[in-house]
Structure formats: C-alpha cells, structure tokens
Design a protein around this ligand. Structure first.
Ligand code: HEC
Ligand code: HEC
Length: 330
C-alpha cells in the first residue's frame, strides 16, 4: 500500500463525496474548519490500546481520556446535531440508507460491529474492528481517530472537549430506528469513580416535555433570537437573502405563504414531493421544523429539528419577517 496511491484515492473519494452530497457550495467554507480544527490538541496524540476489552473504561481513564458515559443522558442533542452538520456531514450521510461519501453512512451504527458496513474501510481500521460500537470505543475514536487507528482514512483531528463528544454521541445514538440504551446507572457510577475529576456539567435543563401549542408563543417570540438560531443552524444549508442562490437546501426568503417544496430550479427529494404545493403556514412550518425526518421520512434535510416550541416560534417569527409580505402571526 503506497502512501501516494492512498492520498490520490482519498482525493478522489473527497471529490466524489462532495459531489454526491451536493455540498459544493456549502463545502468551500466548511472544509476549512475540518482541515484546520478549531483547537489544537492540548496533549500529544495518546496511543490507546485495549479499548475493545471489558476493561475499556479503566484503560481510557488511564490514558487520560475522560469518559463520556456520565454525560450522555444529559448531552445536548441539538448542539451535537449542529456540530455533526458542521464537522462531519461533509464526509458522512446520516439518514437511513444514505449513500457513503468520503466516509460510511452513520445511520444506526451504534451497537453494530465496528467498521463493518458496506464501505471500503482502510486497512488501518480493519484490525480495530473488534466488537460493537459502544460508548467507550466511540469516545476514544472521536477523541482522536488518528491515534485510535493510525493511518485511518478519517482525516479528522478529533473532538478534544469531553462535553462536545458527549453531545455528539447523544445525537448520533438518536440516528437509529431503535437507539441503543443510555448508559445504565451502574456504568455511570463506574465511569464517574474511574475519573478523578468528575465533571457532570449538566445544569442546562432539557426542553420541557409538555409544550404549549405554538400559536400561543408568537406573542412572546423573539425575532433576534430566531435569526441567531437560523444563522447558526440553518445558514450552512440555506441562503436567507432575497434572490439568494440555493445551497444544500433552497433559498428561504419569503417562505411563509410560499408554495411548499416548490422553489424553481431546486431538486427536492422524492420524500417531500407529496407535501409540495400547499402554502407554508406557521403551523405546517412548525411541524416541519420540529421534526423534518418525521414530517417527510427520507427528506434530504439532515437536520434533527427544533424541539423547543418557543425556539421554533422565534425562528418562524424571524422567517416571517424575512419577506416582502410578512403575515400576521396569531
Ligand atoms: C474528512 C472526512 C471525514 C470527516 C470530517 C469525518 N469522518 Fe468519520 N470517517 C471517515 C472515513 C473515511 C471513515 C472510515 C475510516 C477508515 O476506513 O479508516 C470514517 C469512519 C467513521 C466511523 C466508523 C463508522 C463505521 O462504519 O464503523 C464513525 C462512527 C465516524 N466516522 C464518525 C464521525 C464523526 C462523528 C465525525 C465528526 C465529528 C466524523 N466522522 C468526521 C471520514 C470522515
Ligand atoms: C444539512 C442541511 C440543512 C440544514 C442544516 C437545514 N436545512 Fe432546511 N432544507 C435542506 C434541504 C436539502 C431541503 C429540501 C428538502 C428535501 O428536498 O427533502 C430543505 C428544506 C427546507 C424548507 C422547505 C423549503 C421549501 O422550498 O419549501 C424549509 C422551510 C427549511 N428547510 C428550513 C430550515 C430551517 C429553518 C433550518 C434551521 C432550523 C434548516 N432548514 C436547516 C437542508 C437543510
């Protein structure tokens, strides 16, 4: 296996991946953040061994890698989703049956045999493919792929922050028909005990379980907050300005009142065709944005949804204002 051949193969894979994913437009500025990670590793690459054994938490702790196990249940799924969209989606598809890109499709991989999908894995990971993906080995892999499997085709620096890793894994586990169980109480106890400085930074309360109807929330909607969320979570795929070009998704100027999934020149997925044509209302938009993949299973909009009703009202109020003819919201 010559290094040179591998480089050009990777180059081809990247080109093909970007084309298939339709990410050309979006890729240009995102690739930079992949190739140049946001933070330099604080510690030199650690060689982690023995992770597939039952002693994994101990081995991980001994190598100085903080366990994510105590942080998964309270991990911020929305943050994890946003991070994955930004840093992983250029190489990985996330929807059921999604095509491989530069890397394998990631739907439902947790709990299944490691590096064993229908993908041409590098030799580097072949002898690491022992056992199933669990919270320990995914933690080690995502912290430092190139230390976990030197020579891996996943040229990604790794996620150094343990809370970010926990958020990402909390999101990744939801990408499955039946998500793997959250860590059990005794696993959490063991992992917490193994880590000297336990840091459950989990003060942020998860979204309320019972949410009021969105109609009652427009009165208190905060357009500036809605805009900020859109810039952070949607603008990577959608332009907002009048006449803006389509990106991964269609332009969103004047979307409320516009015919759903009907922007000229954009090729929508088959998944949304049956929902196309009716004018978007605050209610249909709310349903779509709460859970795109539930609203139109198989949609290309790889976005988990805005679960918090007030945040959704904020976003809809902003989208409504971003129009020549804003409508009167309830
Ligand atoms: C530059 C492209 C690239 C980026 C960015 C990237 N990956 Fe990967 N990923 C790969 C490749 C290629 C493989 C296959 C590894 C091999 O064959 O060596 C892989 C493998 C994986 C696997 C193993 C899947 C299996 O089939 O067992 C997981 C899990 C994974 N990546 C998650 C992530 C996550 C999460 C992120 C973002 C934090 C990410 N990757 C970022 C290219 C990438
Ligand atoms: C990863 C890229 C991506 C992200 C992130 C994303 N979208 Fe989308 N969006 C798409 C794609 C692709 C479609 C087209 C859906 C299809 O064809 O299945 C779409 C469709 C839509 C539509 C329907 C447009 C029409 O023409 O009727 C709306 C509205 C929308 N997105 C709003 C949002 C909002 C608001 C956010 C952030 C909260 C968001 N999207 C985040 C990719 C994305």
């Amino acid at each position: 296996m010559s290094g040179k051949g591998k480089d050009s193969l990777l180059g081809n894979k990247i080109a093909a991946g970007l084309l298939t994913a339709g990410l050309i437009f979006w890729g240009a500025n995102r690739i930079a953040s992949i190739v140049v990670p946001d933070e330099a590793p604080k510690t030199p690459a650690i060689k982690i061994t023995g992770l597939q054994t039952a002693a994994a938490p101990v081995a991980a702790a001994a190598a100085g890698l903080e366990s994510i196990i105590p942080l998964i249940a309270t991990g911020d799924v929305a943050k994890g989703a946003a991070f994955v969209q930004q840093q992983c989606a250029a190489c990985h598809t996330l929807t059921p049956g999604g095509a491989a890109g530069v890397g394998p499709n990631l739907y439902g991989f947790m709990g299944t045999p490691m590096f064993s999908g229908s993908f041409a894995y590098s030799d580097a990971v072949k002898d690491k493919a022992k056992g199933n993906w669990n919270y320990d080995n995914i933690n080690a892999w995502l912290a430092a792929p190139m230390s976990f499997a030197p020579g891996t085709g996943m040229s990604y620096a790794g996620i150094k922050n343990v809370q970010t890793r926990a958020d990402v894994v909390a999101y990744l586990r939801t990408l499955a028909a039946t998500p793997v169980p959250l860590p059990a109480a005794d696993e959490i106890k063991a992992a917490t005990a193994a880590a000297a400085p336990a840091t459950p930074a989990a003060a942020g309360a998860p979204a309320a379980e019972t949410e009021p109807s969105i109609d009652t929330l427009f009165a208190t909607a905060d357009i500036a907050k809605g805009k900020a969320l859109v810039m952070q979570q949607c603008a990577a795929c959608h332009t907002l300005a009048k006449g803006g070009a389509a990106g991964v998704g269609p332009n969103l100027y004047g979307i409320i009142g516009a015919k759903a999934f009907s922007a000229p020149g954009f090729s929508y997925s088959a998944a949304v065709k049956s929902k196309a044509g009716a004018a978007w209302t605050d209610d249909t938009l709310s349903a779509w944005l709460e859970n795109p993949m539930g609203y139109a299973p198989g949609t290309m909009m790889a976005y988990p949804g805005i679960k918090n009703a007030q945040a959704r009202a904020n976003v809809i109020a902003y989208l409504n204002s971003n129009s020549d003819t804003p409508e009167k919201l309830p």
